[in-house]
Design a protein around this ligand. Structure first.
Ligand code: PGA
Length: 257
């Protein structure tokens, strides 16, 4: 892909709209000249406030961190793709390991991917192996990720008009994200090998060639190594995306115009 894509996943932060606006404005100002495309994914309740700011500043778009698969109706607590699209939200993260850990199944994920695309959103689908799988070797990890991809896309009809630009994959080795206490960093070379494998699987099985991001932890020191790698199309950044200075330094590691 030509321009790298960098996603800020704020997870369950910050607690106030005031802080969200401060962080968001800091990011918008900091990435003005960056060569990357930037998406900020705050919690649902902050999307509306940020959409008023994002609407006037098109360089940074908004994403949600989850979505429900029904398009409305009696589903207490659920947020539909249409609700998000009507707020001006363009993207949604689906299948993050932190949601899978809470019990989200492959079938849930598949329904969400299908509904989000049908509702006009672009999907960032997260896949990645836990440490216990990685310890069994690269080919076991590859098979694990291959199965996650197959199951996440299994309910999508074969003939579905599935343009590659509507699906982005984030490869998050679960052992390399900061919420994992035993987290240790991956290397750009390692990550690029799995990303190449993901692209191969999607090309041969699904005839699509999506953007594939690195979703393990990145910080201001190691971002350049990941983002400069020609096989890595961008990054999904968690903790560091709540600090505008750090996040903009990561985005600027891609280079500026
Ligand atoms: P982190 O999160 O950057 O805080 O490790 C990454 C992720 O959850 O994808």
């Amino acid at each position: 892909m030509e321009r790298k894509l960098i996603i800020a996943n704020w997870k369950s932060n910050p607690a106030t709209e005031k802080d969200a606006l401060r962080i968001f404005r800091g990011i918008v100002a900091g990435v003005r000249k960056a060569k990357a495309e930037v998406v900020v994914c705050p919690p649902f309740v902050l999307l509306s406030a940020l959409s008023h700011v994002a609407g006037r500043m098109s360089r940074v778009s908004l994403g949600a961190q989850d979505v429900f698969w029904e398009h409305g109706g009696a589903h207490t607590g659920a947020v539909s793709p249409e609700m998000l699209a009507n707020l001006g939200v363009k993207w949604v993260i689906i299948g993050h390991s932190e949601r899978r850990r809470l019990g989200e199944t492959d079938l849930d994920i598949c329904r969400k991917v299908r509904a989000a695309i049908a509702g006009g959103l672009k999907v960032i689908l997260c896949v990645g192996e836990p440490l216990s799988v990685r310890k069994k070797g690269i080919s076991v990890a590859e098979q694990f990720v291959r199965k996650q991809l197959a199951q996440a896309l299994a309910c999508i009809p074969r003939r579905y008009p599935f343009p590659s630009e509507r699906l982005v994959i984030a490869y998050e080795p679960v052992w390399a994200i900061s919420t994992n206490r035993k987290a240790k960093p991956d290397t750009p070379e390692n990550a690029a090998l799995m990303i190449a494998y993901i692209k191969k699987v999607l090309r041969s099985r699904f005839y699509i060639l999506p953007t594939v991001l690195y979703g393990g932890s990145v910080n201001t020191r190691d971002a350049k190594g990941f983002l400069a790698h020609p096989g890595i199309d961008g990054a999904l950044v968690g903790g560091a995306s709540l600090k505008p200075k750090d996040f903009t330094a990561i985005v600027r590691a891609v280079g500026s115009r």
